[in-house]
Design a protein around this ligand. Structure first.
Ligand code: ASP
Length: 360
């Protein structure tokens, strides 16, 4: 299924060279923002935020304003027709008549892909449930390029809520495409990285190990990517409380880290990094949030200038087969074609919206 607009739903839909060009453009804009002040004159971006956000929403909005464009949108669906039961299909169909690009954040996996099937303009995924967050990954790659001067040969520790963290899912998919990167996943057994992400890492030729404590990993890392335990994704308060406060990066733990290890975090922070660590020159998370605006400027410009077609669904529907994941958009919006990719052994299908696998 094709759309005549160019979308960014998952970075893996594009060749690595495309991401590299975006990051390079982001760095150029960072070094010389005034040169880009009129690149999107007369264009309108709509931000449809069905889930809370500070950085992603505001950095997208300021990115468009700094390019000379204008913004519309909502950040509280209760104030829009969503509260009256409007589907993603209808909302995106309507708003895409008003805007040149839609930026969508939603609590359900696959929602941005669903929007791209019907929108009459480009769609950018600004986070779909616990699934993916490609523009955070662009932010992270620009941060690594500027602060570590490379995207390859790094040992990257990821710590915290790895099962629900869309930022780390997208980042693993991307960094495993660069040579020589190794991952160390630091989490409790309940919060381990999903198997499908680990399979992608292996297929891309990168390696990973899984450990339980920060102390055993920190000394070997070039990058430590901390994440918040995401209360809103847990089935119950009790399950959340059992995981809360497990990992806290403090000054004492930082004594065991390399002198040039950088600390990243997509933010917001709850209590997983103590405030005293903010003074450590290896703490990069506030700068990281700033770089996000420049790379989003690069993305908006590129998507609006290139105007390429996108292949939105590549898989097939199978009579009566639907996704098992209750947090997949196909189980919330009935009209969506239930499309699956088939894996090598033909008995395993992968949902094209949320990547959940099922046996047939
Ligand atoms: N801001 C990030 C996200 O939207 C991380 C987080 O919420 O913890 O996924």
């Amino acid at each position: 299924m094709y759309s005549e607009y160019q979308h960014l739903i998952d970075l893996s839909d594009y060749p690595v060279l495309w991401w590299k060009n975006l990051i390079e453009l982001g760095e150029k804009i960072y070094n010389n923002p005034s040169e880009y002040a009129h690149k999107c004159d007369g264009k309108i971006m709509a931000t449809l935020f069905y889930e809370p956000s500070t950085r992603t929403q505001m950095s997208f909005q300021t990115a468009m304003i700094r390019l000379g464009g204008q913004i519309i949108g909502f950040d509280n669906p209760a104030n829009s027709s969503v509260a009256k039961g409007e589907t993603i299909k209808d909302t995106t169909k309507i708003v895409s008549n008003y805007a040149d690009v839609l930026v969508i954040r939603h609590p359900i996996a696959g929602a941005a892909k669903a929007a791209s099937l019907t929108a009459d303009c480009s769609v950018i995924n600004a986070g779909d449930g616990g699934h993916l967050h490609p523009t955070q990954t662009l932010t992270d790659l620009l941060t690594l390029k500027i602060e570590k001067k490379t995207l390859s040969g790094l040992t990257i520790g990821m710590c915290g809520d790895l099962i629900n963290g869309r930022t780390v899912h997208s980042l693993c998919k991307a960094l495993s495409r660069f040579e020589g990167n190794k991952f160390v996943f630091i989490s409790t057994p309940e919060l381990r990285m999903p198997v499908y992400i680990k399979d992608i890492i292996k297929a891309n030729g990168s390696s990973f190990e899984e450990v339980n404590t920060l102390e055993e990993a920190i000394g070997g890392l070039d990058v430590l990517y901390m994440t918040r335990i995401q209360q809103e994704r847990f089935p119950s308060e009790e399950d959340y409380l059992a995981q809360k406060n497990t990992y806290v990066l403090d000054r004492k733990k930082m004594l065991g880290a390399k002198k040039d290890m950088i600390i990243m975090h997509p933010l917001p922070r709850v209590d997983e990094i103590t405030v005293e660590v903010d003074e450590d020159e290896r703490a990069m998370y506030f700068k990281q949030a700033k770089y996000g605006m420049y790379v989003r400027m690069a993305l908006i410009m590129t998507i609006l200038e290139e105007k390429k077609f996108s292949e939105t669904l590549k898989g097939k529907t199978y009579a009566g087969v639907r996704c098992n994941n209750p947090r997949c958009i196909t189980n919330h919006e009935e009209y969506l074609p239930k499309s699956f990719r088939s894996s090598g052994d033909q008995t395993l299908l992968e949902c094209e919206y949320c990547d959940e696998r099922k046996l047939i």
